[in-house]
Design a binder for this molecule. Structure first.
Ligand code: COA
Length: 166
């Protein structure tokens, strides 16, 4: 696929989203007005040892992003480059919260540029109050009974409560 045949108005925002946080949702709400369509691509990420299954993570992301009409949530278990190529998307969105994210994100973007030169990686920054949130911290605080209500959508909070009860 060459540069001309990809849709630069279609963006893919990939991640593990285990679970989706208000920081992720903030980023999607910033991306949504910039593109015709944003596909939030939930990676299976089996190596990361996720807390929620792929199906659960997709459902929670759909609930958290339900008010954004041009946003669609899909799961994938392939190479991101193949998913982006199959979608015909011209843009990959990633979030940068702090300088510490940069090295990994630079590596990821460079590798994806090598694999799919037709797509550009675009970095967005979340609102300041979300710059310290991560899914693993949210999982840990939730598991230990702490208050995660300001970090996640109520549906995510409920799903996590049910999980700890088991
Ligand atoms: N707000 C809150 N948290 C955020 C955030 C934001 N705006 N942006 C990132 N994070 C957090 C995540 O919660 C996550 O925290 P955690 O590590 O504690 O769980 C961390 O930052 C990074 O997670 P995420 O953005 O989900 O990325 P990832 O590193 O889990 O996933 C993929 C990266 C899925 C894009 C990558 O692994 C991938 O492409 N996988 C498919 C296979 C593939 O193609 N591999 C080769 C890649 S070149």
């Amino acid at each position: 696929m060459n540069k001309a045949s990809v849709n630069k108005r279609l963006a893919v925002y990939p991640g593990t989203f285990d679970p989706i946080t208000n920081g992720h949702a903030d980023l999607v709400s910033r991306a949504a007005p910039l593109f015709e369509r944003v596909v939030v691509a939930v990676a299976e990420s089996s190596g990361k040892g996720p807390g929620f299954s792929l199906d659960e993570r997709i459902t929670l992301a759909r609930l958290a992003l339900a008010d954004l009409p041009n946003v669609e949530v899909r799961g994938f278990n392939s190479l991101l480059a193949d998913f982006v190529t199959d979608m015909g998307a011209g843009v990959i969105i990633r979030g940068l919260r702090a300088v510490s994210d940069f090295e990994y994100e630079f590596q990821l973007a460079s590798m994806n540029r090598h694999l799919i030169p037709q797509a550009e990686t675009l970095f967005l920054t979340p609102a300041e109050q979300y710059s310290f949130i991560s899914s693993s911290l949210v999982r840990e605080i939730g598991r230990l009974g702490g208050d995660i209500s300001s970090f996640v959508h109520p549906a995510v909070q409920q799903a996590m409560r049910q999980r700890w009860r088991k």
